[in-house]
Design a protein around this ligand. Structure first.
Ligand code: NAD
Length: 444
């Protein structure tokens, strides 16, 4: 199948590269010429395990091409996948990239009269594909609704494991305007054996929001329990949630062995969810509800708990060391999760802002991040550099290397060895007596 992918960000580039790897003829398109140049040179513009090798391979074997021209790429394809961003603006979904891309896709379809399927992979609120996208494509292409197909195909890949998530999906959801459109997109995914669900465009759109909102709800629920534990002597959120996880309905026992489903990693306390999807998607679903006269009480609470996490962590640091004014604070883990360099909505950025408002001098470390939006934060090249001479270290993301550090010698390099563990990632570490280790969710 000849496929144009519009938008070569995390979703577009990973999808395009993987579809090319499966044998399709793919053109990845982006309006950013610098991004196009980087990809043409087989260098992904962001860190994603496994992507670089795959990209090099599909560029070399000719299955992937890169272009800055949407119209020509669409005209040369049978299917177009929209993978442009859908950011948040004042808590609502901003569809301007989708609108612009849909108009260009329509112009491309004008240049080739063959049947074409437009697939929305961007996360969009229910009704967008059948409404906004359909009408713009129809007008720009000069075709009637029956002369092209529309699909909504939400993407469930996770940054940090995006390539393997795409190549080994747990499900493929295809919202279809009609059977012909769904069938054609089904052919693209023919090599996959996972459950494939064919449904309405609106259900497909809703499935993505509900999936993300469920994960966000579990996280905020766990964080609320952490706060309750902090206020309750002799409780510890980790042990409490360990006990909850042992419910066979959450961790079934199969052939005598207990299975620990991935969903349980969301039933853990931390410093809040971030990234390019969960915060904006929960906010967009909330706004979607409000506009329809539904008061989404639970989604309101999920966001409120999440927004309060960075301040909560700073309060924990203050109760351990007193005022932070003038103290050197090292924030460990800046991206929204380990294994990625994505800073979008990262809780660490909000944490840094609160720390600075309290007068702390902040330095930060993350293996994949080299610069920060805040100019007055020192980005360090190693954990050792970040910790040397600091008064407090705050773990903002569960970087695996933190658990295997030589804390004995690091504690000597710190001015006062306070470690506030915003992810409870260092629970098993045997700290020297000199280190004051403060986990979250424990009464102290
Ligand atoms: P991104 O911001 O990383 O990439 C979007 C790309 O689209 C950018 O490179 C931009 O230059 C390009 N673009 C915008 N308008 C264009 C146009 N008219 N023509 C050509 N290129 C254009 O976004 P992303 O993280 O890949 O997310 C894309 C969509 O997928 C969003 O709706 C997001 O919610 C959803 N999603 C993201 C993830 C994720 O983990 N990042 C996972 C699932 C779903």
């Amino acid at each position: 199948m000849r496929i144009a992918v519009i938008g070569s960000g995390y979703v577009g580039l990973v999808s395009g590269t993987c579809l090319a790897h499966l044998g399709h003829q793919v053109i990845c398109v982006d309006l950013d010429p610098e991004r196009i140049r980087t990809i043409e040179n087989a260098t992904p513009p962001f860190h994603e395990p496994g992507l670089s090798d795959l990209l090099r391979k599909v560029l070399a074997d000719g299955h992937l091409m890169v272009s800055a021209n949407v119209v020509r790429s669409v005209a040369a394809s049978d299917i177009t996948i929209l993978a442009v961003g859908t950011p948040s603006r004042d808590g609502d979904i901003d569809l301007s990239f989708v609108r612009q891309a849909a108009a260009e896709v329509g112009q491309g379809m004008r240049e080739n009269p063959a049947y074409h399927v437009v697939v929305v992979k961007s996360t969009v609120v229910p009704g967008t594909t059948d409404g906004v996208v359909r009408s713009i494509v129809q007008e720009a292409s000069g075709r009637t609704a029956a002369q092209f197909g529309l699909c909504m195909n939400p993407e469930f890949l996770r940054e940090g494991s995006a390539v393997s998530d795409f190549l080994e999906p747990d499900r493929i959801v295809i919202g279809q305007s009609d059977e012909r459109a769904g069938q054609r997109l089904g052919e693209v995914y023919q090599p996959f054996n996972c459950p494939k669900m064919f449904t309405t465009l609106q259900n497909a759109e809703m499935i993505k929001y509900v999936s993300n909102s469920l994960l966000a709800t579990l996280i905020s629920f766990s964080n609320e329990i952490a706060t309750l534990c902090e206020a309750t002597p002799s409780t510890n959120v980790e042990e409490v949630l360990d006990g909850v996880h042992l419910d066979r309905r959450l961790s079934p026992v199969l052939d005598g062995r207990r299975i620990s489903p991935g969903i349980l990693s969301y039933l853990r306390a931390g410093c809040g969810f971030g990234g390019s999807c969960l915060p904006k998607d929960v906010a967009a679903l909330r706004m979607f509800g409000r506009k329809r006269g539904v008061r989404p009480h639970l989604l309101d609470a999920v966001l409120a708990v999440n927004n309060g996490r960075p301040s909560k962590l700073v309060s924990l640091a203050e109760s351990a060391v007193g005022s932070l004014r003038g103290l050197a604070v090292a924030v460990l883990g800046i991206a929204f999760k380990p294994g990625t360099d994505d800073l979008r909505e990262s809780p660490a950025l909000a944490l840094i802002e609160v720390l600075q408002s309290k007068g702390a001098c902040v330095r930060a470390y993350d293996p994949f991040v080299v610069s920060l939006p805040q100019p007055d934060v020192t980005v360090c090249a190693s954990v050792e550099e970040a910790l040397c001479g600091c008064d407090v270290a705050i773990v903002a993301s569960a970087l695996p290397e933190l658990a295997t550090l030589d804390w004995e010698s690091l504690s000597m390099a710190m001015r006062s060895p306070f470690v506030i563990d915003g992810r409870n990632a260092l629970r098993g570490v045997e700290f020297p007596d000199s280190v004051k280790y403060v986990p979250i969710g424990q009464h102290c």
